[in-house]
Ligand binder design. Sequence first.
Ligand code: SF4
Ligand code: SF4
Length: 378
Amino acid sequence: MQDTVSLVRCPDYDKRNIRKSLDAVLEPLGGITAFVKSGQRVLLKPNLLSPRPLEQRVVTDPVLVEAVARMVLEAGARPFIADSPALEPFAKIVKVTGLDRIAGELGISVRELKDPRPIPSNRVALFKNLEIAADAMEADQVINLPKLKTHCQMLLTLGVKNLFGVIVAQRKAEWHGMVGASRRTFASLLLDINQAVNPGLTILDGVWGMEGHGPSNGRPRHFGVLAASKNALALDMTMCRLLGVSLEDYPLYLAARERGAPELEQDAVKVLAPGIEMPLVTDLELPQLGSMEMLPGFLTSFSRRYLVSKPVQDKKACRLCGKCVRICPVNCLEILQNRMTFDYDRCIRCYCCQEVCPENAISFKKGLLAKVLKGIGR
Ligand code: SF4
Ligand code: SF4
C-alpha cells in the first residue's frame, strides 16, 4: 500500500500559523482523529536534546508540541509529553523550553522516559536485546515530533533518528559503544527502534532547523515547512529529496536498502506538497566527516588515525565541564591537568562528545578521507 507524506509551508512559530499549518498538513492524512481515538494514552515524543535557548533550534519547538497536544485533547484522548535526554537534566530542559508550564496549563503530564523494558523479539529484525522505555511500549499511540537538523554521525536527524530517545539515558552511550563505529549498523539499530516503537504519526518541525555541525552546535536555518506521515522512514526519504541530500550519502537509506524496505520502492510513497518545490534548498551545509567504516579493514589503527577526521578541543572555549568525558561510549577521553586528552586509537568517531558540548568547544580536524571526499564533491 502506498504511504503518503504531506508537506505544507509554515512561516513561523506564531500559534495561529502553527495550528493552521497542522490542520493543513494532517488534512490529506485524515486529520488527527485518523490517528487517535477517544480515551487513548498518547505519547508525544519531541526532540528534547538539551536546555539550549530556543533560538538555537536544538529542540522541537514547544509551540508545535503544545498545538499537537491540544489537537489530541480535542480528539478526546490523553496526551503526555516525554523524552529521555542522554546527559542533560530533563527538568532543566522542560523549564527552559516552557514545556513544564504548557503541560501544567493543559493539565497533562511531562516526564522523563525511564524504566527500560525488553522488546518482544518478533518486533525487531536484528537487535533482539533492545530495551525501550516502558512509556513508549505501553502507550496506545505514539506521535513522533522530530526537529529537522543535520547530524555529525548520521548526516541528518529526522523522524527515525528522533526515536533513539526511547532508549533510556545512559543506555544510549552503551549502544553507541557497541555499534557506533559503523554508521550503517547504527542506522540499522535505528530502523529496529522505529519498528519496535511503531509511531502512528510523525510530524516534523521544519519551520526552523539546523545545518552544519548538528544536532547541537550547527547553525539555525529557516526552512518554513511542516511534514507529516504515518511512516517515519518514508518521511525521512522525502525530506532528503526536499533538502537536496543524496540518498547514497544517507546511512539510514543504505541500511533500509539492505533490508529491502518497501518504502524505497518506486511509487511506494505519494508526496503531497502544494506550492513546495523539490528540492526546496540546494545549498544545505552538511557535516563533512569521514567515518571508520569507509576505510578498508586491512588498514592499521595508525593509518586510520590520520585518514579519518578526529575530535579536538578548542582550549579557549572549553570550560572543562566534563560532559564530553561522561558521554564518551568507549572512555577514550579524559581531562588531565586542565587539558583534554583523546585516545585516537580507541575513538570510534561517534561524535557524541561534540553533540553534548554546551560550549561548542569540540571541533573535528579533517582527516585525509574527508578532504578527499570534499575534493570530489561528496
Ligand atoms: S569540550 Fe565541552 S563538554 Fe568537554 S569539557 Fe570542554 S566544555 Fe565541557
Ligand atoms: S572521543 Fe568523542 S568521537 Fe571519540 S569515541 Fe569518544 S565521544 Fe565518540
